[in-house]
Design a protein around this ligand. Structure first.
Ligand SMILES: [Zn+2]
Length: 165
């Protein structure tokens, strides 16, 4: 499986090979890449005009590794778990699998609220709530982030069980 790279901001270098990372511009190119660089002094890669709900935001100039913006709101549960997987260290995941670390909930919950809830428009949040089975019309951001974390913990525990056979 191709590894999914995520970052909350433009990485200084490629997580795979260490080469410079360029921003991907979507839509029809207004000027050729070279010309863009000459005027903006910034390397970009044209990503074409086909935009899906889940496109990478940056790309490695050398190996072509694609990097997704972790701040983008997830569109499926699988997508949400992939984002959390990419963001959290193995140590973090171990702690979360073991049990209910409230301290952890606090910081991760805050991150989820800040990036997936507060910064987004209502339609997106409703969708996120739906993905995680919260169909109440007036959900609390705290409840929603808590629900996402619990769901992710169940996912991690499920993986562990599978690995232990
Ligand atoms: Zn690379």
């Amino acid at each position: 499986m191709k590894k999914r790279y995520e970052s909350i901001e433009k990485p200084d270098k490629c997580p795979k090979c260490g080469a410079p990372v360029y921003e991907i511009l979507y839509g029809l190119p207004v000027v050729p890449e070279e010309e863009y660089f000459n005027t903006c002094h910034e390397h970009v890669i044209y990503g074409g005009c086909c935009i899906s709900e889940d496109d990478p935001e940056w790309q490695c100039s050398k190996c072509g590794a694609e990097i997704y913006n972790a701040k983008h709101i997830p569109f499926t549960k699988k997508d949400a778990f992939a984002k959390l997987d990419a963001m959290l260290s193995e140590e973090d995941k171990k702690i979360m699998t073991k049990g209910d670390s409230y301290e952890y909930h606090f910081t991760l919950g805050m991150w989820i609220r800040n990036n997936w809830i507060y910064e987004q428009n209502e339609e997106y949040i409703k969708r996120l709530a739906e993905i995680f089975g919260d169909d109440s019309l007036f959900f609390e951001p705290d409840d929603l982030s808590d629900r996402i974390i619990k769901s992710y913990q169940r996912h991690l525990r499920g993986l562990k069980k599978k690995m232990q056979g």
